[in-house]
Write a protein that binds this ligand. Structure first.
Ligand code: LRH
Ligand code: MN
Length: 424
């Protein structure tokens, strides 16, 4: 489903006076905002193909209705998000949940929706129907070389599918680990995983990257073979220049200082990208910025500082992706809110008075440092993010327009109240 451009334009017209008043006030407060608006407009986030339907837990899944039933409808839904906010310019596929049957047709459809294909994701954490060997006790770490070979071949196949789609990166998240002390030899598991990743690495085209996504626990509850940033960095360093770490915000132990981890991985030149979401306890995959918006801001403050220190292009040099699961919210509304929260955190980070902060840090003026940071965080930059959307042909208020147009109701009418999407 796509929205007639004129409908977006006339809706914006009705909101324009209010928007201009807010923007003028903000610009009178913080001065030149052109640079920030341009950077926001250029910043594109990858939408997960596995998070467009109702998510669930082992305790149940509650349908939303109108969920996309195939990859074509998933691309249309991401295209709709991108029409509304102009910051959702790519889709990240998960294989085999989303196997294209006709690559050229799928590429053409994505192009129609002005979408690119972001990193492709392999899946060796589930057994597929008819699969020869089980991943119950792991995949790349497995004690049986035949299971490792099956998992390596799958990853190489995913790379091939990504090449056909024009993707430039593979994300490898391994559920591998153990549930009980003594179940696994950590040294052998590490070595098997490294050997397996090296064979996958050799299949990467020269202009590709592989993202090693770490996670502290779940589905294994005693050890995970790629459990934290240090282990992911260890693999990435041994693999080579095309290997990087991937930071999923929900994959840390409670109270981990993720912004410091991000700062270090950037300095190590081994930060590849993100899976943005939020969480209060575990890998809750909640809306980005819904639980810890200050942490999201602090992460972007380290990103802006660390990327500028290396002259990196904010929009293109890292993999910006969302990874979420929707148990109670409409998936499309949840994703619109996540993109908004990410854009706001980025804009606030761009507003930080770096010189003043450096000076205050040099003087160990701790209170002043906090005042400078929180002055940016406490500045309501929503008019700036809205202005960037407006200039890119998007909606001033995407969520409001999504609701006003009763899009969920129309999707249910088109796809049925109990259509189910592949994914989490
Ligand atoms: C693991 C994870 C990983 C995906 C999966 C859908 O928790 O974050 O990124 O493969 O979710
Ligand atoms: Mn993830």
């Amino acid at each position: 489903m796509s929205i007639d451009k004129n409908i977006i334009a006339s809706e914006n017209e009705s909101l324009h006076q209010q928007h201009t008043k807010k923007l003028d006030f903000l610009q009178s407060e913080i001065g030149n905002t052109q640079a920030i608006i341009e950077k926001i407009a250029a910043f594109q986030i990858g939408i997960p193909s596995w998070a467009l339907g109702a998510g669930g837990t082992r305790f149940g899944r509650f349908s939303f209705g109108g969920a996309p039933r195939n990859i074509e409808e998933k691309i249309a839904d991401v295209g709709l998000l991108h029409q509304l906010n102009r910051n959702s310019g790519s889709i990240s596929l998960h294989i085999p949940w989303d196997i294209p049957n006709d690559y050229d047709k799928i590429k053409a459809l994505a192009a129609e929706h002005q979408l690119k294909f972001d990193a492709v994701n392999s899946n060796t954490f589930q057994d597929q129907p008819g699969q020869a060997l089980s991943y119950k006790f792991g995949s790349l770490q497995h004690v049986d070389v035949a299971v490792r070979k099956q998992a390596i071949d799958h990853n190489i196949d995913v790379i091939k599918q990504g090449i056909a789609l024009g993707s430039k990166a593979l994300t490898v998240w391994l559920a591998d680990g153990s549930c009980f002390p003594g179940q696994l030899n950590f040294r052998k598991a590490y070595q098997n995983t490294l050997d397996s990743l090296q064979q996958i690495y050799e299949a990467l085209p020269d202009d590709w990257k592989v993202f090693i996504e770490y996670k502290a626990y779940e589905p294994n509850f005693y050890s995970t073979t790629v459990a934290d940033w240090g282990q992911s960095l260890s693999y990435a360093n041994k693999l080579g220049d095309k290997a990087y770490t991937l930071v999923d915000l929900g994959h840390h132990l409670p109270n981990a200082n993720i912004e410091q981890i991000v700062s270090l991985l950037l300095m190590e030149r081994k930060l590849g990208g993100f899976h943005f979401n939020d969480s209060k306890y575990g890998d809750d995959d909640l809306t980005a910025g819904s639980i810890k918006p200050y942490q999201l801001f602090l992460i972007f403050k380290e990103l802006v500082e660390g990327m500028d220190a290396r002259g990196m292009n904010h929009a293109t040099d890292l993999g910006w992706m969302i990874d979420a699961s929707h148990n109670v919210k409409d998936p499309l509304e949840d994703l619109l809110q996540s993109v908004e929260a990410i854009m706001l955190a980025y804009a606030q980070a761009l507003l930080v008075d770096k010189k003043a902060l450096d000076d205050a840090q040099q003087l160990n003026d701790t209170a002043k440092c906090q005042e400078i940071l929180q002055a940016a965080f406490r500045t309501d930059l929503r008019p700036l993010v809205a202005e960037a959307r407006l200039r890119s042909g998007g909606a001033l208020n995407p969520l409001e327009l999504y609701r006003k147009l009763n899009i969920r109701k129309k999707l249910i009418k088109e796809r049925g109240a109990d259509s189910v999407a592949t994914g989490l």
